[in-house]
Design a protein around this ligand. Structure first.
Ligand SMILES: *Cc1c(COP(=O)(O)O)cnc(C)c1O
Length: 441
């Protein structure tokens, strides 16, 4: 074929003009209020006030304690316990539930890795259940099939901002006398019926890391209504072993503590962030509703449904992609959309904020494939007093694998302060790639 006869593609992935080059605006939940709050703490001279011994300051300083009170009141829980990350909060939760070697904890393969790996630190075995094809949270039926006499807890995840099926899963837990830990890092402000995510299980854990809806740079909060658990959680947060004797606590199970303390500076920021959550969330949800409506007009693309009687907080917005209808593999299509749209300010190095698949099913990580976790002898998988027979082969969770490999994509274009015009550009990029889909085959 002669070169002059070749029609140059309009798609940016093949060198055409992209729909947009001006970066999307940065998500900046931190503002003047937080700056003033930090200034207040700086002037006080007390950047943290914890003591890791049984003393008034065992519970932290005034900002930490005020932050905890305000968090508990907002989310309707009896105890809010500030920690330095959601990961450390999840560790405290596993510890407080007296989980140990020989125990099994049912986890999700489709989440940030920490929500599935924390049982390992207590010598317990993560057992992966599969997810729901509509909501991507743990599937109650799959959970039931994973329960054994060793099962001590389930770590559910409100993934993407969708609360887990609390009625069904809490009932299963009750029936088998096991506990539920809710990882609601992605779902602050989401609701299940009238209750907030984070208050649905025995223990809920929020994240305040930089990427979350509201943040303190790094940070987390543990929520529970149970006084005994709250006490253990606070002990594990702050050097339990050095505190229990003087405090008069005699239950020593997992009372080996850490330093998981949030600073006064972060707590002061967190108090201001909490005031902003509801507005930040409603703007985000409105943007998602617009994109759900517009992108679902493309045949083969469908906004994921929201569980009845819940609200979604859209940490990311999930869509389902049908390769049979569009005739192009999801990854090729999403790569083409990426080429049409720019990155977001402050996150330039990550590129355009859209991707296919979320995370590789966690049981496929080398940690599980090689069964090397704590030490070099396979503990807790194959060594120790109670070796497990758990296998982590490909095919273990077919729904998760399908979502990862071809059916799901997620984006973050909905973070305020994007404008209507910004969102229209996103829709235009999809419409353009769809119109030219034959060139992608
Ligand atoms: C972000 C996240 C975490 C970890 O939060 P950190 O505060 O960074 O430890 C855990 N689980 C989920 C689902 C998350 O999205």
């Amino acid at each position: 074929m002669k070169k002059s006869n070749q029609r140059r593609s309009e798609l940016a992935i093949f060198g055409g003009k992209p729909v947009r080059t001006m970066k999307f605006p940065a998500y900046r939940p931190i503002g003047e209020e937080e700056r003033l709050a930090v200034d207040r703490v700086m002037r006080s001279g007390i950047l943290s006030r914890y003591l890791g011994v049984w003393h008034e300051d065992f519970y932290g300083g005034p900002e930490v304690q005020a932050f905890e009170r305000e968090w508990a009141a907002y989310f309707g829980v009896r105890h809010a316990i500030a920690v330095n990350s959601c990961t450390s909060g999840l560790l405290c939760a596993v510890g407080a539930l007296a989980i140990g070697p020989g125990d099994e904890v049912i986890v999700s393969p489709f989440t940030m890795a920490a929500s599935a790996t924390v049982p390992l630190w207590y010598g317990a075995i993560p057992v992966f259940a599969d997810i729901e094809p509509e909501y991507f949270c743990l599937d109650p039926k799959s959970i039931e099939a994973c329960i054994t006499p060793r099962t001590k807890a389930i770590i559910v995840v409100d993934v993407f901002g969708q609360p887990y099926d609390a009625d069904a899963i809490n009932a299963i837990a009750k029936k088998h006398n096991i506990k539920v830990i809710e990882d609601c890092a992605q779902a602050p402000g989401a609701r299940y019926k009238k209750s907030f995510a984070g208050s649905l299980a025995d223990i809920g854990v929020y994240s305040l890391n930089y990427h979350k809806h509201i943040h303190t740079g790094e940070g987390g909060v543990i929520a529970t209504d149970d006084d005994t658990l709250a006490n253990k959680l606070r002990l594990i947060r702050n050097h339990a072993e050095a505190v229990v004797e003087d405090k008069g606590d005699t239950d020593l199970v997992n009372m080996v503590g850490f330093n998981f303390r949030l600073t006064e500076l972060q707590a002061a920021i967190g108090r201001e962030q909490l005031k902003k959550l509801s507005k930040l969330l409603s703007d985000r949800v409105a943007n998602c509703n617009y994109l759900a409506r517009e992108l679902s007009k493309i045949s083969g693309i469908r906004s994921a449904t929201v569980r009845p009687n819940t609200t979604h907080s859209y940490y990311v917005q999930p869509f389902l992609y049908d390769e049979k209808v569009i005739g192009v593999h999801r990854d090729k299509f999403i790569e083409s959309v990426r080429a049409e749209l720019p990155a977001t300010e402050l996150r330039e190095l990550e590129g355009t904020q859209i991707s296919g698949g979320f995370v590789k099913p966690l049981y496929l990580l080398p940690l599980f494939q090689k069964k090397i976790a704590i030490g070099k002898n396979g503990f807790p998988f194959t060594s120790g007093s109670n070796p497990s027979t758990q296998s982590y082969g490909k095919g273990l969770c077919p729904v998760t694998e399908r979502m990862y490999e071809k059916e799901l994509f997620i984006h973050e274009f909905m973070r305020p302060p994007v404008t209507h015009k910004d969102l229209e550009d996103v829709v235009e990029a999809f419409t353009k790639v769809y119109a030219h889909r034959d060139e992608l085959r």
